[in-house]
Ligand binder design. Structure first.
Ligand SMILES: [Zn+2]
Length: 291
């Protein structure tokens, strides 16, 4: 009975969720500084927890920076072997496929294979192996010497995004990264980032409204205009075929939902610059979920 009521209410919840995130986005856009015209750097390091995050979060910014002559390096920290469970493809084959997809997608963004770097972690488990992620990102930051870093927002309640985002914050706090850090949201547009939707207690419902509202009104935010670049961004995203299409025909092979993807094809890409005071502070550990 309860399940039937829940399934009947699901479309209503989806519409409410979309409306809520649209309101938050509108508030952030109103407060944001448009850095499209001033976006420039000589060397850029873009950090992705998973293959596809670089395109979702910063695809247009990357294309614009490449066009301006920046040397853009992109690293994905995990190998993607755990994104799907399949009887038709092994984890090793999936990791190899996702490696090639990453090279193809970055190529479409204008970044050649020699500037695409692969990290040492398995997806879902970066938090358990922060030392490996730290060593990889530190060595890359020392090699690239970026004057702009684009990395995942630790606000996203996703185990790998939190671990990678906090590692970049640690490197900034230690002075290894001595450049502006722009953090991009991905799972920001998910109810799970703000509360536990499986337990709709009064406290959780309060968090569902209060936390995103507080973020919308207090986060420092900059935006990059996407006009003229969204078709290429879509093509780059579709190069991540294992995430966009059901490659094996198995019902368990999930793909990124189109209604959620619309969050990344708006008028602007959005970034939260890491404030100076936060750069100097040690990155806090944040409770996060495997996903
Ligand atoms: Zn991700």
């Amino acid at each position: 009975m309860l399940r039937r009521i829940r399934s009947r209410l699901r479309p209503l919840f989806s519409r409410l969720e979309a409306f809520g995130f649209a309101c938050i986005r509108r508030i952030l856009y109103c407060r944001a500084r448009d850095v499209t015209a001033s976006l420039s750097a000589k060397r850029v390091l873009v950090v992705a927890p998973h293959q596809d995050d670089e395109t979702l979060g910063a695809g247009v910014a990357v294309m614009r920076l490449v066009e301006q002559g920046a040397e853009v390096h992109i690293t994905v920290v995990t190998d993607g072997r755990n994104s799907h469970t399949s009887a038709k493809i092994t984890k090793d084959q999936l990791a190899e496929l996702r490696r090639q997809e990453m090279i193809d997608a970055c190529g479409l963004l204008g970044v050649p294979p020699e500037r695409v770097h692969f990290g040492p972690c398995e997806d879902r488990y970066v938090g358990d192996h922060r030392d490996k992620a730290y060593t990889h990102l530190r060595s890359l930051a020392e090699k690239v010497k970026p004057d702009l870093v684009i990395s995942p927002s630790p606000l996203d309640r996703h185990y790998d995004h939190v671990a990678v985002g906090e590692t970049i914050r640690r490197l900034a706090a230690e002075g290894v990264i001595n450049a502006p850090v722009y953090e991009y949201p991905v799972w920001f547009y998910s109810v799970r980032t703000w509360t536990n939707p499986d337990r709709l207690s009064p406290k959780n419902i309060f968090h569902l409204f209060w936390k995103p509202a507080r973020a919308a009104f207090t986060l420092p935010v900059v935006v990059v205009r996407t006009s003229g670049y969204l078709d290429r961004k879509r093509k780059a995203l579709e190069a991540h075929r294992s995430q966009m299409f059901n490659l094996t025909g198995e019902p368990t092979w999930l793909t990124l939902p189109e209604d959620w993807l619309t969050n990344f094809f708006r008028a602007y890409e959005m970034f939260f610059p890491l404030p100076e005071a936060q750069r100097r502070a040690a990155a806090p550990r944040t409770e996060a979920a495997h996903a």
